[in-house]
Design a protein around this ligand. Structure first.
Ligand SMILES: Cc1ncc(C[n+]2csc(CCOP(=O)(O)OP(=O)(O)O)c2C)c(N)n1
Ligand code: SF4
Ligand SMILES: [Mg+2]
Length: 347
């Protein structure tokens, strides 16, 4: 007598996809590299929020961090650009199709060294996309030279000390007008998930600087971007909870201790106070908090700033809601009479 065994039902998200649909190729990065943890968080967050993978466009530059989009969201679009030039590629793609959800993954070298000018203009334009900086303070791919985010006094494995002051990508993003700025640590799973989920629904540029130790070149005693340094100096600003639009938000919140930030799509970011009062809608307070933390050699993590009111570049340009490639000829081609008029003006 044969018995038929029914396999357990496959676990799927709210759009019916398994987590496998959000994974990518097997990583080729070093075991223990912080970038691998960030890739895992991306897979979890996009799966849990039920984002359609085909609606995502991944952008990156050059570096170990910039290789990582190959290891998540394998069904999404992807473009690996020239070192430090990812913002230009992303801007073109997002202008051509405003229905895409843009996800940029870059390194501290890609962003703060060679790509600083591109980063600056991306922030100023408030292009609606997520911009993750996998920040290890070194050029991992080219064997660990200091990048522009390495702290003064940080020591390389070879004993070389960094004596140049660092760029703080969060402070720069705040100054240049970013509408969502957060810092996290690749080892803080819960915080990074809440930040990523908020960034997914934010309408504007989300700059997320994630301290992501390079275990091969910058994870030793004396390095300020190491796991042990982060364990001792991570100053967590607040506890974060992300409540997606499709979930009931009527969960009780203790008065005075929790700040509720409504996002564009009806989701909520819930911020629970820890040791201090911190208002993430106050840009100047965020800049001051970063300065103060730097003086104390602390690494402030959490959501530093949210602004849901500033128009994005796509809104300012009043672009069509439809991808440009799908517009019919009669919509994109000026009529003969208009062209004749232009020619007449140029005579
Ligand atoms: C135009 C150009 N200049 C220099 C390089 C060499 N290069 C490749 S990756 C890289 C730095 C990568 O550092 P980062 O962006 O921090 O990424 P990580 O490897 O640390 O994740 C450099 C300088 C290059 N590929 N192209
Ligand atoms: S060299 Fe560093 S940054 Fe690159 S994969 Fe290895 S640990 Fe990660
Ligand atoms: Mg780096």
């Amino acid at each position: 007598m044969s018995t038929t065994v029914t396999p357990p039902p496959k676990k799927v998200n709210r759009i019916g996809l398994e987590v496998l649909s959000y994974k990518g190729s097997r990583t080729t990065l070093c075991a223990g590299c912080g970038h691998n943890s960030i890739s895992e968080r991306i897979v979890e967050c996009f799966y849990e929020l039920g984002v359609e993978p085909y609606s995502v466009a991944k952008f990156s530059g050059i570096g170990c961090s910039s290789k990582s989009p190959a290891y998540f969201l394998g069904l999404s679009h992807g473009f690996n650009g020239v070192h430090g030039r990812m913002p230009a590629i992303a801007t073109g793609a997002m202008l051509a199709n405003r229905q895409l959800l843009g996800l940029g993954v870059t390194g501290d070298g890609d962003t703060a060294s060679i790509g600083i000018g591109q980063f600056m203009h991306l922030v100023r334009r408030n292009l609606p996309m997520i911009y993750i900086i996998e920040d290890n303070g070194v050029y991992g791919l080219t064997k660990g030279q200091f990048s522009a985010t390495a702290d003064v006094g940080s020591k390389l494995k070879t004993g070389v000390l960094n004596d140049l002051p660092p760029f703080d990508c969060c402070a720069l993003a705040l100054k240049w007008g970013a509408t969502f700025v957060a810092r996290s640590f690749s080892g803080d799973k819960r915080q990074l998930q809440a930040i990523l989920k908020t960034a997914i629904v934010h309408r504007g540029l989300s700059v997320i600087d994630v301290v992501s130790p390079c275990v091969t070149f910058n994870d030793h005693e004396g390095s300020t971007k190491s796991y042990s340094y982060m364990k001792e100096h991570d100053e967590v600003l607040h506890e974060l909870d992300f409540v997606p639009a499709y979930e009931d938000i009527s969960v009780e919140i203790p008065e005075g201790e929790v700040m509720d930030v409504p996002m564009h799509d009806g989701s909520h970011l819930r911020i629970r106070k820890l040791h201090r009062d911190f208002d993430p809608t106050d840009r100047l307070a965020a800049l001051a908090a970063l300065e103060e933390a730097a003086e104390k050699h602390e690494v402030l993590t959490g959501v530093l700033y949210v602004n849901t009111n500033k128009p994005t570049l796509l809104e300012l340009l009043n672009l069509s809601d439809h991808p440009l490639a799908t517009l019919p000829q009669e919509k994109v081609r000026p009529p003969r009479a208009v062209l004749d008029e232009v020619m007449e003006e140029l005579r």
